[in-house]
Design a protein around this ligand. Structure first.
Ligand code: PLP
Ligand code: FVT
Length: 440
């Protein structure tokens, strides 16, 4: 499948050719490549505003990638730009403590019930990496238990059985991970509580932690079946393992804080990132005092970072919390739009007889080209029709709708999307489903 001609305009094409020479694979993050769509140049983006991205060829796209879930307020929101501008005038980086990080930590303590203390990092990867180290130190054990197809960043241990961009490229196990690290990672099927209970009962005394996305955002959007998180958490605690909820995608996506509050199950350690930074890099983790006090300089678990608590990221995080906090109807609107979008897609598929499962929660939507009744785990997503997906996403791109270029990534709505964008998208879906049936 070579469709390079139709994916991007000539200026993007030329940039991509240069990128392929100068940057490995032409991209700085594999998730942005078009490999799952048959290859070719991705659109190179010149600027972004509201719900739209504009590429170097002068094409506009309704953006459902939203920086892979890092954005919820829309692009280039004036209040965010002002916050960034004001912060940057005070200096870009201090390498020292500053007031904003204290304010941000205090606000997160209020929003995340288990977080008596938090720590900021520069990325979600660093947050999860440290959370796992912390769990190992707290328990004195080695084994990390995680779930097949989830994605928790790109440090060695979590790239064993990873989803998202890694599975898009068939790299469920990255090369370069030492056997010793693999030996300490156990990957279980998501949404299979009996399997987790069996494993934990039999071997759980070696388990330091169970790391889980409370709602999966890395093999599409997949919610936990009733009882799954409760049973996993209970089984983990019964053998003395800690529960880490990775909320890098889910925090602030469905409500103004972590989704576990809505799901009714609490972790021992929680990680966050993405949306909190409002478009700037941030990550972080938090837990109850006795666990967090293990982190240096209070305790022996080491984590630091040149960019940790970056003043500009912190300023954007505070502005993000303000804007989310001031907009009481935000999540309701996202849910209304998400429902309308999902319903429009389901209707179109039913009318044309295209077998399709659509998941939606609030402003997150995901499509699975499958005739199975539902998709609950990674193996279910693997059985979906990758060719139909590729045709569909290419046809959407041709109509100015930018979707994540992988069947494992989720579509995200933002505060800047309106009925207008959703209606246009539903019309485009109709034509794209035609392309799926045509095989074009
Ligand atoms: C659940 C989850 N955890 C961790 C990460 C890693 O975050 P980052 O890309 O900021 O390193 C991601 C990124 O997609 C993620 O989805
Ligand atoms: N889950 C993978 C990513 O979040 C990657 C982000 C990006 O490529 O911008």
């Amino acid at each position: 499948m070579a469709h390079a001609d139709i994916l991007a305009g000539p200026v993007s094409e030329a940039l991509y050719r240069r990128a392929l020479e100068a940057i490995t694979g032409g991209v700085n993050s594999p998730s942005r490549g078009m490999e799952a769509l048959g290859g070719g140049a991705p659109p190179f983006i010149e600027r972004a505003e509201g719900a739209y991205l504009y590429d170097v060829d002068g094409r506009a796209y309704i953006d459902y990638v939203q920086a892979f879930g890092a954005l919820i307020l829309g692009h280039a929101r004036p209040e965010m730009l002002r916050a960034l501008d004001e912060a940057s005038r005070r200096g870009l980086l201090f390498g020292a403590c500053h007031p904003g990080e204290v304010q941000l930590a205090e606000r997160l303590r209020q929003l995340f019930p288990v977080c008596e203390k938090v720590r900021f990092t520069a990325s979600g990867t660093e947050a999860v990496m440290t959370a796992v180290r912390l769990a190992r130190a707290a328990t004195g054990r080695r084994v990390l238990v995680k779930f097949e197809g989830s994605y928790h960043g790109h440090f060695d241990a979590v790239l064993v059985g990873a989803g998202s961009g890694a599975s898009t490229l068939g790299l469920d196990e990255s090369a370069g991970i030492p056997e010793g690290i693999k030996a300490d990672v156990v990957t279980l099927p998501y949404n299979d509580a009996p399997a987790a209970e069996r494993w934990l009962e039999a071997h759980g005394r070696d388990a330091a932690c169970v790391l889980v996305e409370p709602i999966v955002g890395n093999f599409g959007l997949v919610e936990p079946v009733p009882g799954f998180l409760e049973r996993v958490a209970r089984a983990a605690r019964a053998v003395g393992a800690l529960v880490i909820f990775d909320e890098v995608i889910t925090a602030f996506r469905f409500r103004p804080g972590p989704v576990y509050v809505e799901l009714g199950v609490e972790p021992d350690i929680v990680t966050f990132g993405k949306i909190l930074g409002g478009g700037l890099p941030i990550g972080g983790y938090g837990a109850r005092r006795h666990i967090m006090e293990l982190v240096a300089p209070a305790g022996p678990v080491y984590q630091d970072g040149t960019w940790a608590g970056h003043p500009l990221s912190v300023a954007c995080a505070l502005a993000t919390l303000d804007l989310i906090g001031q907009d009481a109807g935000l999540y309701r609107r996202l849910d209304d739009l998400g429902r309308a979008l999902a319903a429009g897609v389901r209707d179109g598929a039913a009318r044309r007889g295209v077998p399709l499962v659509v998941h939606q929660r609030c402003g997150a939507v995901s499509l699975f080209f499958t005739s199975e009744p539902d998709v609950r785990d990674f193996s279910g997503v693997r059985r979906t029709d990758a060719r139909a997906f590729a045709r569909f996403v290419r046809a959407m791109l041709r109509q100015g709708i930018l979707l994540p270029p992988s069947p494992y990534e989720v579509w995200f709505l933002s505060a800047a999307h309106t009925e207008r964008e959703v209606e246009r998208t539903i019309r485009a879906v109709d034509a794209a489903l035609e392309a799926v049936l045509d095989g074009s």
